[in-house]
Design a protein around this ligand. Sequence first.
Ligand code: S3P
Length: 424
Amino acid sequence: MIFQKAKYLKGEVTIPGDKSISHRAVMFGSLAEGTTEVTNFLQGADCLSTIDCFRKMGIEIENTPDHILIHGKGLHGLQAPSCILDAGNSGTTTRLISGILAAQNFETTLTGDASIQKRPMRRIIEPLSMMGANITSVNGNDCAPLRIVGAPLHGIHYHSKVASAQVKSSILLAGLYADGETRVTEPTVSRNHSEIMLKYFGADIRTENKTAIIQPEPVLKGQKVNVPGDISSAAYFIAAGLLVPGAEVYIHNVGINKTRNGIIKVAQAMGGDITFLNENNAGEPTADLLVKHSALHGITIEGDIIPTLIDELPIINIMAACAEGTTIIKDAAELKVKESNRIDVMVEHLSAMGCDITGTDDGMIINGGKPLHGTVVDSHMDHRIAMSFAIASLVAAGETTIKGSDVVTISYPNFYEDLAKLTR
Ligand code: S3P
């Protein structure tokens, strides 16, 4: 797809549902008794992979334009699938489902696309095995496909080396089936959607500082879940609103959970003009955001804020490229094991656009303020890379071509249509 520099960016956008929360609604709804109704569910390929996996395990899931209805069968109601489970491109599906599969009374093989088959799974194989799980990497490379033979599980206290909600959630889900309490302590608290939603469904789960603690064998009950707009998707419009001269964007119904809102804190610290409106703090907090064009300056981004903006670092790179001065990003080595190696890919393509950017072991250093120009960008089949460079193209001279641009179907199927409505 080919993009031109924008002369204009104004209007309103409603962001599709949060990807992390949509996955969890399907999973927990499947393990609950009775029907779970999910509105504003993200119809992205990743979340559809989760639906597909649970359907293959005997859960009836109705997907209509208005809502999703999940007819849960309780904690012990899953059936052995008659084929391999396919998580597609979704790390969340792969890692969270593994925690559930580890405790079933059947055997499964779980795989995914070429990217998933390269992503690290030792981080869940290790703690789940400590709980008694029988889980192996079929090719012996600590990646999917995974063969999981259900087994009785024990409660453990796991000290995770990485701040990862996927790892934490996988262990907590296994903990639903353990013979005692399960604790997960993280180096820095990662997104807490599992903790919030499991409690809402009736689980006995609490947090103490950086530790999540769950008791086994709750009776989960089907619930109504209204998924907030995904802040990770809103991030592209936040950046567009800040970067395009004269821009003003009103973004409706964005999830602003404090374990996810690092993008807003960083944008404001860089000098971004963002106003919160219609704040709603029931359950997962939401707000509308009004974003106006702003002169940005570089900052240092490191430490505890990193997990709260990990998926937004590619678009933060674009903001930093346009900001005056230096932006330093540290403590973000996790970028190397996302859908693509997001340090290498951002350095490669932002350099090609004229930006002064250097990759480091755990982040990047960007000397911003140099004019960007169009180039050919390869998405590396990474949705967040494609969307980040679509926004960069709005402020780059000439034409930007994005190869593999349709990968946005993973998390934001109508992204280009929504962007086109705002720009000229
Ligand atoms: C997610 C957690 C994050 C994030 C991913 C979604 C989740 O991954 O990058 O897009 O839904 O739990 P990690 O937990 O591996 O950091």
